[in-house]
Design a protein around this ligand. Structure first.
Ligand code: ZN
Ligand code: ZN
Length: 147
C-alpha cells in the first residue's frame, strides 16, 4: 500500500521535472487520484472537482489525467464500451476485483504475485512488460442485496 501523501508528492515532482506548472486545479485532480482507493472514472473525478472549481470543464480533467497517464503516474483500466477507471494510488499493473453489478473496483493484494509473473516468463519465454488481471463477481454489498 502506498502512502497517498507520498504518492501526491511523487506526482508533483514528476510533473515539475517535465516542465508542467502545478495549478490549483491540477493539484486538486492529483489529490483525488492519489487519495482515492475506489478507481474513479473521469466523470466521478469531474463531479468532485466541480465542488471547488465550478468553472472547470470535463475536458480539462480528462487532459490532466491523460498527462498523468503518459508520465506513468496513473493506471488506466479500460472496459470496452464502459468508461475507463483510474488508479493513481497504485499506478503500476496489479490485480483488480470488479463487481459486475455496482461496478465497484478494489485492489487485490496477492502476495505471491511476482512468482506468478515469473512462472509466465519461464513458461512462455516472453519478456513481460505489462499485465492485466481482473476478477469479476459480486461484491459483499451486492451479495447481501441478492439474498
Ligand atoms: Zn457490488
Ligand atoms: Zn487498483
Amino acid at each position: 500500500m502506498h502512502d497517498p501523501k507520498i504518492r501526491l508528492e511523487k506526482m508533483i515532482d514528476n510533473l515539475k521535472r517535465h516542465g508542467y506548472k502545478i495549478t490549483p486545479q491540477r493539484l486538486a485532480i492529483l489529490r483525488i487520484l492519489a487519495y482515492s482507493l475506489g478507481h474513479p472514472s473521469v466523470e466521478e473525478i469531474y463531479q468532485q472537482i466541480r465542488i471547488d472549481f465550478p468553472t472547470i470543464s470535463i475536458a480539462t480533467v480528462y487532459k490532466n489525467i491523460s498527462t498523468m497517464k503518459t508520465l506513468g503516474e496513473v493506471l488506466e483500466l479500460g472496459f470496452g464500451n464502459d468508461s475507463s477507471r483510474y488508479d493513481g494510488h497504485t499506478p503500476y499493473p496489479h490485480p483488480h476485483v470488479i463487481c459486475t453489478k455496482c461496478k465497484k473496483i478494489v485492489d487485490s493484494q496477492l502476495e505471491n504475485f511476482q512468482d506468478f509473473t515469473q512462472k509466465v516468463i519461464q513458461e512462455t519465454g516472453f519478456s513481460i512488460v505489462n499485465h492485466r488481471i481482473d476478477f469479476f463477481g459480486l461484491c459483499p454489498d451486492c451479495q447481501r442485496q441478492n439474498s
